[in-house]
Write a protein that binds this ligand. Structure first.
Ligand SMILES: O=C(O)[C@H](O)COP(=O)(O)O
Length: 230
């Protein structure tokens, strides 16, 4: 039986200041560092041992993975960093304060932008200064794959090749995998793994720094899901 552990990064500085973050490379807050270390302690206490680790190309997730692996004495585990696990791109909302945006556009609209499955945020174009097209870390990526804003549906579509090509085969080979990523890239993956409907996914939230553990049988069906907490 293989195990998959998902950890949303610890609190970031923009989680703290309540700003839309998306593909902005914002660091962990002090509380976020503590949450990531705590996640590692919980992993250790649960006796979880990994064969492979995956994270995004954003430092809040990378650091969370490293703190969690360090605290559980598994910093040696081979790791892959991929844009496919990035937070969903929040388009023109990135950098805006969530409360001020709700005052301007209404709570309902902001809730739809944040949680609906298929509504896109206002998009950034490739020639906007903040476009990820100008970011060196995506230079080898087909520019057509670089989003100007994503909903959960599009996020799931770009997470899926990673699942199908890399993660699922490892789990089927009885390997244990840890993924440290983001609220929405992990909600997308959970939607697929748990076959959650487009409506019900609106209610799934991922807490920062809380490890979620899936156990799979040899047909890659979920036989158990649990959350590690203190
Ligand atoms: O990108 C962000 O702003 C957060 O990481 C996730 O935000 P959300 O809870 O508004 O989707």
């Amino acid at each position: 039986m293989s195990k998959l552990v998902l950890i949303r990064h610890g609190q970031s500085q923009w989680n703290l200041s309540n700003q839309f973050t998306g593909w902005e490379d914002v660091d962990l807050s002090d509380k976020g560092v503590e949450e990531a270390k705590e996640a590692g302690k919980l992993v250790k206490k649960a006796g979880l041992e990994f064969d492979f680790a995956y994270t995004s190309v954003l430092k809040r997730a990378i650091k969370t993975l490293h703190y969690a692996l360090e605290e559980s004495d598994q910093l040696w585990v081979p790791e892959t960093k991929t844009w496919r696990l990035n937070e969903r791109h929040y388009g023109r909302l990135q950098g805006l304060n969530k409360e001020e945006t709700a005052e301007k556009y209404g709570d309902e609209q902001v809730h739809i932008w944040r949680r609906s499955y298929d509504t896109l945020p206002p998009l950034l174009s490739a020639d906007d200064e903040g476009s990820a097209v100008n970011d060196r870390r995506y230079k080898d990526l087909d520019p057509n794959l670089i989003p100007g804003g994503e909903n959960l549906k599009v996020t799931l579509e770009r997470v899926m090749p990673l699942w199908a090509d890399e993660i699922a085969p490892k789990l089927l080979d009885n390997k244990n995998v840890i993924i440290a990523a983001h609220g929405n890239s992990l909600r997308a993956l959970s939607k697929y793994i748990e076959r959650i409907s487009d409506d019900d996914i609106m209610d799934l939230e991922m807490k920062t720094g809380e490890p979620v553990v899936y156990e799979f049988n040899d047909k890659l069906e979920v036989v158990n899901k649990s959350k590690l907490d203190k």
